[in-house]
Design a protein around this ligand. Structure first.
Ligand SMILES: [Zn+2]
Length: 190
């Protein structure tokens, strides 16, 4: 790509990030655009100024079994779009926003408190880069899920409840949707 085309492409990504309401300082981190300019763009797009506030902590994102499922779905998508080794060196912002769009499509119409926002997705990608977020594959049900040290919920497989690394048979919870029904194609692609 020529520098001019590269510039247009990176502007497109910035617009997508603002559309999803990624915090201004996080966009600044990935671009050479000024915070004032980004805030203006945000205001034009959303009709209000961007909210200030702290970036969430990974431990607070992975706050329940359902949230671990959401985070794992998002991260499996991210690592499908991103160069996996590169994702350990840097947050890959374009694959991240692609993954976030795919995540919203899978979760279309779901107005749920468990739904991840783009800032939470960014934090997960950052923790993956710093190797604080680690992936485990559950032997019995093949779910690939993500955990951080000191998280508030158990680090068992969120799909079947088996402890990470255990190879025993899964106790399949009755009457619950299994991970592979909902996430099979994503999990298996990891
Ligand atoms: Zn499992």
């Amino acid at each position: 790509m020529t520098p001019r085309l590269q510039n247009i492409a990176s502007h497109r990504i910035v617009l997508r990030l603002i559309e999803h309401k990624l915090r201004t300082p996080l966009i600044v981190y990935h671009t050479d655009l000024s915070p004032a300019y980004l805030r203006e763009l945000y205001k034009e797009m959303h009709g209000e100024s961007p909210k200030a506030g702290r970036v969430p902590e990974a431990q607070n994102i992975l706050s329940s079994r359902m949230r671990v499922i959401e985070a794992s779905l998002l991260m499996n998508l991210y690592l499908r779009y991103a160069d996996r080794e590169g994702a350990r060196r840097a947050i890959q912002i374009e694959p991240l926003v692609d993954a976030y769009d795919a995540y919203l499509q899978i979760r279309a119409g779901m107005a749920d408190k468990n739904l991840l926002d783009i800032n939470e997705a960014w934090v997960l990608a950052r923790q993956y880069r710093s190797e604080e977020l680690s992936a485990s594959r559950c032997a019995p049900c093949a779910a690939v899920f993500f955990t951080v040290p000191d998280q508030k919920v158990e680090t068992n497989c969120p799909a079947c409840g088996v402890q990470a690394g255990a190879g025993g048979a899964a106790d399949e919870p009755e009457g619950e949707t299994s991970w592979t029904d909902v996430h099979g194609q994503v999990v298996l692609a990891f």
